[in-house]
Design a protein around this ligand. Structure first.
Ligand code: GDP
Ligand code: ADP
Length: 193
């Protein structure tokens, strides 16, 4: 096992986790590796199976869970999501810092494991801006958008509980939020230039 501490990125859908994480991975591909989760939701245009997610069925995922192949799993907006043990082990085997993108349920489940990551919450400046970003992203139906906004309200409340996150980053200006994320990770790893 690698001694590098993993990083959990969480926060409401539409807060900017993927945008920040993809940029970080592009700029520092020799430092970070993404834990590719499983999900039963449909791929979006441009998403690659095995890279963005392992797209799967509920039956296959339930079977994997029952075999103990998952560190954690959760139901979000009508779909299953989960982190397999293999997803994390693949990254650690390459001696990279493992980045996990999970919802607040995943955060709570991971806290029960011995993964010992640093927990970072990415938050939008406001609900109004979050809704605008989700609408502009054009990935959701009105129904899935409303489910995400409802989950976001719950996420924003739970994230305020003391001790849940080590750091909270407000993603207002993307450049500033990215610099803040890099500064924090720099303290964890001296490998980011
Ligand atoms: N618990 C858990 N949540 C996950 C996992 N992978 C993704 N998520 C979360 O599922 C939610 C929905 O993700 P997604 O469908 O990609 O939508 P998006 O966040 O709007 O881009 C987000 O809050 C993710 O952080 C996982 O493996 N476990
Ligand atoms: N700081 C920002 N300012 C404006 N738009 C942003 C910002 N950060 C992200 N976005 C946009 O908001 C949308 C949601 O971001 P995304 O990274 O998909 O969020 P998440 O992965 O948390 O669901 C995307 O269309 C993205 O381009």
């Amino acid at each position: 096992m690698s001694g590098l501490r993993p990083v959990v990125l969480s926060g409401p859908s539409g807060a900017g986790k993927s945008t920040l994480m993809k940029r970080l991975m592009k700029d520092h591909e020799d430092v970070f590796g993404f834990s590719v989760s499983h999900t039963t939701r449909n791929p979006r245009p441009g998403e690659e199976d095995g890279k963005d997610y392992h797209f799967t069925t509920r039956e296959a995922m339930e079977e994997g869970i029952s075999k103990g192949e998952f560190i954690e799993n959760a139901e979000f907006s009508g779909n299953m999501y989960g982190t397999s043990k293999a997803a994390v082990e693949d990254v650690l085997a390459k001696n990279l810092i493992c980045i996990l993108d999970v919802d607040i349920q995943g955060v709570k489940r991971i806290k029960e494991t011995d993964l010992n990551p640093i927990y970072i919450s990415i938050q939008p400046p406001s609900m109004e801006i979050l809704e605008k970003r989700l609408r502009d992203r054009q990935t959701e139906t009105e129904e899935s958008l409303q489910k995400r906004l409802e989950a976001a309200r719950i996420d924003m409340e739970l994230s305020k509980e003391p001790g849940v996150f080590d750091i909270v980053i407000i993603n207002d200006d993307l450049e500033r939020a990215y610099e803040e994320l890099k500064d924090i990770l720099n303290e964890v790893s001296k490998r980011i230039k």
